[in-house]
Structure formats: C-alpha cells, structure tokens
Ligand binder design. Structure first.
Ligand code: AMP
Length: 540
C-alpha cells in the first residue's frame, strides 16, 4: 500500500475534522459553516498538524457546487428564470458596477494601478454559489419569490464572470504591451466569441439536451435498477457540467444548473433530487473546508485596515447597492433585505479571478491575500447577518399571510399532488367545502385552474394554516409525501384547533407511529390499502 495518498488524506481529513468542528459549532449554537471553515484552517497549510492538499480540496468542492446547482435547477423552470429577469439582470449588473467602482477607489488609496483596482473590484462583486444556496436552503427560501430572484441574480453574476475570465487576459495584454498593442476590435472579438459560445451552450441544452436527457433517464427507470438510476443522475449532473465547461467554456455551475432545469421538467425530478442529496451535502461541506484552508492569519496582523475596508465593501457596499436596486424596483423590504444578505459574501469565483489576476501580473499578491481573507470573514459572518436580518424583519412586519376566509366547517387539504388531486376531486363531487394548501407554484396554479380555493405556502407554517381557516375547519387532510413533516403539520393544526379531525397519508409503519404520537388516529398507509385492494381483486 502506498502511504502517500493525498486524495484519500484530503477526503478523510476534510470529512472527519469538519464533522467534529460542525458538531462543536452545533453545541455552541453557532452556524455550522463557522465550524467547517475552522476545520479548513486546521487542515490547511498555515497551521501545524495535518496538512491536506488545498488544490484537491478545491476540486472536490467544485463537485459540491455542481450538485448544488443541479439541485436548484431541478426546482427551477425556464419560466421561473425568465420571470425574474427584469430584476435579476439590471440588479446584478448595477451591483457588479458598484462593487467594481468601490474596489477601484480602494485600490487608488493603496496606489495600485487602475487595472488592478478593476480586477480587485470585479473579484469582490460576485457572491459564492455555495454560501448563497446553503443560506437559502437552510431557511426554506429557495422556492419563494425572493429565493428565485436571488438565484436568477446569481446566474447573471455567473455569466458576467465567464466574461470577466476571458476579458482579464486581454486587459493584461494591454497592460503589458501598452494601449496601442491591442485594438478595440480585439476586445470586441473576445466578447463576441464568448457570447457565441454561451449562446451555443444554451441552444444545445434547450434543443438537444431537453430531448436526450429525459429520454435517457426514462429508459433507465424502465430497467428497474435503482443503482443504475443513481448513476444516471450523477452522470448527467457531473457529465453535463464538465462537458459544458470543456466545450463551451461556461462554468461548471451553469452547466449543472441547466442539466437540472431540463430534468426538472420531467416527473422524475423528485427522485433525482433524493439521489443527489447526500453527496451534495457532503461535498458542499468540503467547499467550506477548502476556503478555510486558504486562510493565512498573517493578513489579519499585517494589514488590518485594508482587510477591514475589503470586508466592508463586500458586506456593506454590495448589500446597500443590492438593497437599493431591489427597493427601486418596487419590491418589499423583506425581499430586498434577503437578497442583500444573500449577496453579502464572496467565494469561489473571487478566488479564481484573484489567482488568474496575480498570474497575469495584473493584481499584486496583496490583492489576492485580501480577497481570500475577505472571503473567509464574509462567509463566516454571513449566517449571522441572515439571522439578524430575518429576525429583525419578522419582528417588525411579519410576512403578510393571506387574509383569512370566512369559511366554516370546511376541510383543509395539504398537498395537491398525485394523492391530493384525486382526493380533492372526490370531495368536490360530494359537495364538501375545501381549501387547498400547496407550496409548489405550478401546482397552486393547477389547483386554482381546477376551481379550488388555494393558500400558497408550507403547511408547517402556522400562519399558512391560519390563513386556510384551520380554526374554523372540521377536518385536516395531510396528503403530502413526507410523513415526518406531516407530523409537524398535524401538531400545529391540533394546537390551533384541538377538536380538529386529522387524516394523514403515510408511507411506512414508522410514519404511522409518528402520526399516532401526534394524536392522528386516521392514518392511511398506502401499502396497506394497496394490499387490501389487491387481495380483494385476487379473490374475485
Ligand atoms: P405527491 O407526492 O405527488 O402526492 O405531491 C405532494 C404535494 O404536496 C406536492 O405538490 C407538494 O408540493 C405538496 N406538499 C408537500 N408538503 C407540503 C407542505 N408542508 N405544505 C404544502 N404543500 C406540501
């Protein structure tokens, strides 16, 4: 056995140390991200003890980025993406502009060149995919309007970075050879080629990918092999991401997002999500470890003021710009605050730009050190900002729940999916008064189109249940697929109306027991009903 196995060392050190640090963070009630970053510092080269390979850590973290963006794509439709373009496109562009100008002003005070300032500002302008998505996921915001705007914004930033990465070498050429050496034509050409590549990528995905990918997955489903399905999902996510990066020079994240979005249009998206969840979470953790590994404590001691200025640009400058733009477009304060908080950090793209800039002699090494340290501090502080912003916000003006309806003795049905839809139809045929609670935008529309009153939102939220008039309802029907989440809905429903009759759907004996624990006596276990009905048919 060879003893020097850097990949294994990296994976093992990354997972175990981040597990311990994450557990400690959990005990201390701070965000687990803080623990993972610290784990990175521990296995990084600037502290004694274990030293893992930072380059490998970056590559492993990239797998986390791919799976995260794939997962977001699964829940995003092209329609969702286009629906936020009016705010996401100008928002991201103005915000990148503001951050770049602030970076240039900062560079001017340090006596760097204008181009160095430009590169530095650009590096500070893009938020990290992993940090943003984890923050939104932890608070169940990805599929809300604010979440969609933030994700759309991220995608515009991502595209801008694809441009920045091709533009920097051209600018470096100008800097080295003087302004006469490179014509405007050459810059225009670089832009044009990049636009053509991105355009070709989107066209190939929407025309070819949209046919081939779902067809391939359907075929795999019919083979009946779970293992093959799992492999197929991973092959699609990673294969499309890497393929798009190699062929079209777009980022891994963008390729993965499109692969997910295409699969999201098929009924297999839920299963595909489940298959990638464990890997996604594990590799996303390695992202934070990889960032922590880059942290060189010298910067804090030697350049406290420039570092403070860098962190201020990232956390205040960018956020104020984002907040102002979102408000200017007429959105509510909470939407603007959430988006500003999601973007108040920098990550992987900034590192890539910084490394490229230093390699091209465009940026001083000091700029890279400040960018890395700025990333650590902003990522570390991000969860606190989120908590602060959301809590402050919910104290003052809680999200307006839909107005309660004057219905009496009606039934509240949670979930308008495969089960809920059929249930609703039979209740309607019987003349029952019904209010549907559904969290998925597409299904809300479907239910409204079928003539039902619908409250959009997650039924585990008390306000949503109140909006559905639970206090005046006779029966609560829980037809979502998640029995354990269903337990929480039952508990809240029961607390709001003790005499409520609750009927729930379960998938396992464990879920039945869980529902019983919350006082739900009428639990329907799909498998039992199926068996009973099959026995009935067999007996004929
Ligand atoms: P299906 O598994 O096809 O019957 O779909 C279940 C439906 O329930 C989906 O449309 C989900 O969006 C919806 N659903 C699941 N959990 C909740 C919840 N907590 N609140 C509202 N809708 C839910």
């Amino acid at each position: 056995m060879p003893h020097y196995t850097p990949l294994i060392t990296m994976i093992v050190a990354g997972f175990t140390v981040s597990f311990f640090m994450g557990a400690i963070a959990m005990r201390l009630r701070v965000a687990p991200i803080a623990g993972y970053l610290l784990a990175g510092v521990i296995v990084g080269p600037f502290t004694p003890g274990i030293v893992a390979d930072a380059n490998l850590a970056n590559q492993l973290a990239e797998i986390g980025v791919i799976l995260l963006m794939f997962g977001v794509g699964l829940h995003f439709s092209l329609k969702d993406l286009l629906s936020v373009r009016r705010i996401a496109l100008p928002g991201a562009i103005v915000q990148i502009g503001v951050a770049t100008l602030l970076g240039m002003a900062f560079a001017w005070t340090l006596g760097w060149t204008v181009l160095a300032g430009f590169g530095f500002g650009l590096a500070l302008s893009t938020a990290s995919t992993v940090v943003l998505l984890r923050a939104l996921q932890a608070r169940d915001l990805v599929e809300t309007e604010r979440g969609r705007i933030a994700v759309g914004w991220l995608i515009v930033e991502d595209l801008a970075m694809v441009l920045a990465l091709v533009l920097l070498p051209v600018l470096a050429g100008i800097a080295a050879a003087g302004p006469d050496a490179v014509s405007l034509g050459a810059i225009a050409m670089t832009f044009l080629i990049t636009f053509i590549k991105v355009g070709a990528f989107i066209a190939v995905m929407l025309v070819v990918g949209r046919r081939v990918i779902p067809a391939a997955l359907h075929w795999v489903v019919h083979t009946g092999s779970r293992e093959l399905f799992r492999l197929a999902v991973l092959a699609i996510a990673l294969g499309v991401a890497a393929g798009s990066a190699y062929v079209f020079d777009v980022s891994f994240a963008l390729g993965a997002f499109f692969a997910g979005m295409i699969l999201g249009e098929t009924p297999l998206s839920r299963r595909a999500t489940e298959e990638t969840l464990p890997l996604r979470d594990a590799f996303a953790v390695l992202f934070f470890v990889s960032v922590g590994m880059l942290f060189d404590p010298h910067v804090v001691v030697e350049q406290p003021l420039p570092l403070l200025a860098t962190v201020t640009i990232i956390m205040l400058g960018k956020s104020i710009a984002a907040y102002g733009i979102v408000r200017a477009f007429g959105y509510q304060r909470d939407t603007a605050l959430t988006i500003a908080a999601s973007l108040a950090q920098i990550g992987e793209f900034s590192f890539i730009l910084a490394t490229l800039g230093v390699g091209l002699n465009l940026l001083p090494a000091q700029a890279r050190d400040l960018i890395l340290a700025g990333a650590i501090f902003s990522i570390f502080l991000n969860p606190f900002i989120f908590t602060f912003v959301l809590r402050k916000n919910s104290d003052k003006d809680a999200e307006p729940a839909p107005a309660p309806m004057p219905t009496q003795n009606h039934m509240v049905l949670v979930g308008y999916g495969r089960v809920g839809r059929l249930l609703a139809a039979s209740l309607k045929a019987r003349g029952t008064r019904l209010i549907v609670v559904e969290e998925d935008g597409g299904r809300v529309e479907a239910a409204r189109a079928a003539g039902y009153e619908v409250i959009e939102g997650n039924a585990t939220d008390k306000r949503v249940l109140l909006a559905a008039g639970i206090e005046r309802a006779s029966t609560l029907l829980i037809a979502g697929p998640e029995g354990f989440e269903g337990g929480a809905i039952a508990e809240r429903g029961r607390a709001l109306k003790p005499t409520l009759r609750i009927v729930a759907r379960a998938h396992s004996e464990a879920e039945v027991a869980h529902f019983n624990k919350f006082g739900v006596t009428d639990v329907v276990l799909g498998e039992r009903v199926l068996a009973a009905r099959m026995a009935e048919l067999a007996g004929r």
